[in-house]
Design a protein around this ligand. Structure first.
Ligand code: AMP
Length: 126
């Protein structure tokens, strides 16, 4: 089910539980601002999720309400993960779904990093 637009943060969401160590994840990178881990249902040879360490549902929520240091630290972590995975040369795509039309499933902001094969057109047509 998609995340309802404007929904409040749900402390029980699966990524909040991963951050609290209640359920396992396959880590890729971690620092004080962000955690990156492998997507459980990969759509490309590299499919990594990067999440901020804070209670934000969406990019709009995060950029409006998170402290500057967290916003900067999160985006630095996204770039660092792409570099450290060696994705710069062949290229990669980052994507963040928000709300109903984008089919956001988990109500904790996450950026997908896809790479490892030609990724096709940016959006499904029609
Ligand atoms: P989105 O549709 O942008 O909200 O994407 C949610 C993503 O989270 C999907 O690609 C799922 O495969 C992934 N996902 C859901 N549960 C887990 C989990 N426990 N560990 C890793 N990835 C997950």
């Amino acid at each position: 089910m998609s995340v309802k637009n404007g929904a409040p943060y749900d402390e029980g969401n699966i990524f909040a539980r991963i951050l609290r160590g209640e359920i396992p994840a396959r880590p890729v990178y971690e620092d004080e601002h962000a955690f990156a881990f492998h997507d459980i249902n990969p759509q490309a040879p590299h499919h990594v999720l990067v999440i901020p360490k804070g209670p934000y549902v969406s990019m709009a929520d995060f950029t409006a309400n998170a402290p500057d240091a967290l916003v900067v630290g999160f985006w630095r972590a996204v770039g660092k993960v792409a570099r450290e995975l060696g994705l710069e040369e062949d290229g990669y795509r980052i994507l963040a779904n928000a709300g109903t039309n984008a089919h956001q499933e988990v109500p904790h902001l996450h950026v997908h990093i896809f790479a490892g094969r030609p990724l096709g057109p940016m959006l499904m047509q029609g």
